[in-house]
Design a protein around this ligand. Structure first.
Ligand SMILES: N[C@@H](CCC(=O)N[C@@H](CS)C(=O)NCC(=O)O)C(=O)O
Length: 201
């Protein structure tokens, strides 16, 4: 099994966390993104959208980090990163989707600019709008996390995994971080799989 990824990639980090949590032995291949290898052959034959991560397992080529996480869960169910019951699993799916709809695009606007774009070229209006949307999402998460350590069923699941790479950059987001979100974030970021995959910058 091969994972094509980049160490600075938030979406790739989700998959590397799952590999570590499940102790899956996969070959991790770094795509030379600074040299635009993700936008050129042979990589485009694997992932026509030119993004990381991509997982290759024999004849299966999978891109989209959430699909990859679900595949790894199905192929390597131990230790489980989803609850055993179908209602719990449905909630995990819902929260993974919500993370992508309400958090990753908005956080990406800010995180990408602040990590990789000179300040003179920042699109400040777009970044401010993204911060507001994250504020609203955090207000919902804060209510949902009240009295809970994790998003679903009182246990660490793929839903939490999806958020980790984005919570890493909380200080960049210029949002008010409510108390329950802050303690959940600290709990997630202190897991060994998060520490081991923390990007160098
Ligand atoms: N929805 C995709 C997003 C993947 C994605 O946007 N990856 C970024 C790196 S974190 C990328 O490859 N960007 C390069 C580009 O779009 O040119 C997923 O969940 O895997």
């Amino acid at each position: 099994m091969k994972l094509y990824q980049h160490p600075f990639s938030t979406f790739s980090r989700r998959v590397r966390i799952a590999l570590l949590e499940k102790k899956i032995d996969a070959e991790v291949v770094e795509v030379d993104m600074p040299a635009r290898a993700h936008r050129a052959e042979p990589y485009l034959s694997l992932n026509p959208y030119g993004r990381v991560p991509t997982l290759v397992d024999d004849d299966l080529v999978l891109y989209e980090s959430t699909a990859i996480l679900e595949y790894l869960e199905a192929k390597y169910p131990q230790p489980p990163l989803v609850p055993a019951d179908i209602k719990g699993r449905a909630l995990v799916s819902m929260k993974m989707k919500v993370c992508d709809l309400q958090m990753t695009r908005q956080a990406g606007v800010i995180i990408f600019a602040k990590r990789f774009v000179p300040e003179t070229s920042w699109r400040r209006e777009e970044m401010a709008k993204a911060s507001k949307e994250i504020d609203r999402h955090f207000a919902v998460l804060d209510r949902e996390l009240a009295g809970k350590e994790y998003l679903v069923a009182g246990r660490y699941t793929l839903a939490d995994v999806c958020y980790v790479p984005f919570l890493e950059f909380l200080p960049l987001l210029e949002v008010d971080v409510p108390a329950n979100v802050r303690s959940w974030s600290e709990r997630l970021l202190s897991r060994p799989s998060s520490v081991a995959t923390k990007p160098a910058r």
